[in-house]
Design a protein around this ligand. Structure first.
Ligand code: ATP
Length: 392
């Protein structure tokens, strides 16, 4: 008979503690399969992320895991409790024997679960320790209530969805997340204030689409180059928050707050929307992280000494998927896979060439940034930049 472990939960979000729990049960309890069963409407608390997101994150986390699969029994009809999922699971896996898998934190409540008698007559329980949770008393109580519980010893991982949500709300990359899940969360702004309605209101649909594209590309590039992913996502999301403003309004904010060292640029929306965007991000969106504010500030014209996060936003702005094709786009994209500094330098070279052709001056800060970038490239990066330039 096929033995299936049922790991029900909120998975808000799924993390490596859940995956390890599944793995330990597979090997130590000799299960044939572990089913992850996210509950759409769990009875004990309202999840923060929508079930479609929680399912998508589970799919990403389980994609390459052998012996583990996702079940949608927890999203069917009026399912609210584990007992409600059994008819669906039996239909999906006829003839299988089901064991419920849980962490020790859930043990004390077992005798009070919905339809406990029926549920525990049909399924035994496999329990794994969790850091800081004592199991002995709860185990004895569950056994007194006639529940067949097996304690499966294993190395518990100190990860928790609650901790992950708390860190994510502060735009930190929480440990214990599969990399694809971390990227998915950042790309969708999960567990963070929802800035989308405000941004949609502040810009036209085309810029809004571009904004989402920059966030997506910033997440991909930051993950590829080992940069803080949540910060990149936030900077990508807010980078153009000032761009929809009329230039005189932008100029007033810039002047009143001394945002532009060169006051002759107070008529240039292109020059101002970076610094004014950083100002709005701080004052209206409550962003306090200086790295993020710097990335918003410098995203249009660059800055000598710019950080890798600033380069990431600068490059994502130039290469995001909704950008209409322009001369050199493929070159910047190709370089960005390899080096953000080289990609940023190529982007500035192309701007310089374009402005030269149309008889307009290259911004002096961009000139200084390009010189600084070219100087700071490694010999290998310089060679790659030269070769991509020659191959035109
Ligand atoms: P949190 O992870 O914040 O404590 P939770 O326990 O409500 O939230 P669920 O997604 O509902 O998270 O957890 C599903 C199951 O996985 C539960 O039985 C829980 O005890 C177990 N579990 C969660 N994290 C771990 C871990 N780090 N080690 C072992 N078991 C875990």
């Amino acid at each position: 008979m096929r033995r299936i472990g049922v790991l029900g939960g909120t998975f808000d979000p799924i993390h490596l503690g859940h995956i390890l729990l599944g793995k330990q049960m597979l090997t130590q309890a000799q299960l044939d399969l572990v089913l992850f069963v996210p509950m759409a409407r769990p009875s004990h608390r309202k999840p923060e992320a929508d079930i479609t997101h929680r399912l998508a994150m589970c799919r990403l986390a389980l994609m390459n895991e052998k012996g583990m699969a996702l079940s949608e029994a927890g999203i069917q009809g009026s399912v609210r409790y584990t007992a409600d999922t059994l008819p669906y699971l039996r239909k999906e896996y006829p003839g299988a024997r089901f064991s419920l898998i849980l962490g020790a934190d859930k043990l004390p409540s077992l005798p009070y679960w919905h339809e406990a008698d029926r549920l525990f007559a049909a399924c035994d329980v496999l329990c794994c320790p969790r850091p800081g949770i004592s199991t002995d008393e709860a185990l004895a109580k569950a056994r007194e209530a006639g529940i067949h519980v097996t304690l499966v010893q294993g190395e518990p991982l100190p990860y928790s969805s609650t901790l992950i949500r708390d860190m994510t709300a502060q735009y930190l990359d929480a440990p214990g997340l599969p990399p694809d899940v971390l990227c998915y969360m950042a790309e969708n702004g999960l567990y963070q204030p929802d800035f989308l309605p405000r941004l949609r209101h502040m810009m036209n649909p085309r810029r809004f689409r571009h904004t989402l594209g920059v966030r997506k590309e910033a997440v991909r590039l930051s993950s590829l180059h080992g940069l803080p992913i949540q910060k990149a996502a936030l900077a990508g999301l807010l980078h153009d928050c000032a761009k929809g403003m009329p230039v005189p309004v932008m100029a007033k904010i810039a002047e009143e707050n001394g945002l532009m060292a060169d006051t002759s640029l107070l008529s240039s929306g292109a020059m101002m929307h970076g610094p004014v965007g950083a100002y709005l991000a701080k004052e209206q969106f409550g962003v306090r992280d200086e790295e993020v504010l710097d990335a918003i500030r410098s995203h249009t014209v660059g800055r000598p000494g710019m950080t890798p996060l600033e380069m990431c936003i600068f490059v994502a702005d130039a290469t995001e998927e909704n950008r209409e094709d322009y001369d050199g786009l493929k070159e910047i994209r190709a370089l960005s896979e390899y080096s953000l500094a080289a990609a940023a330098a190529r982007s500035l070279q192309l701007t310089e060439e374009y402005l030269e052709k149309s008889g307009r001056p290259f911004y002096s800060v961009s000139r200084q940034t390009l010189d600084w970038l070219l100087q700071s490239l490694t010999p290998a990066e310089s060679a790659r930049l030269r070769s991509i330039r020659r191959s035109r």
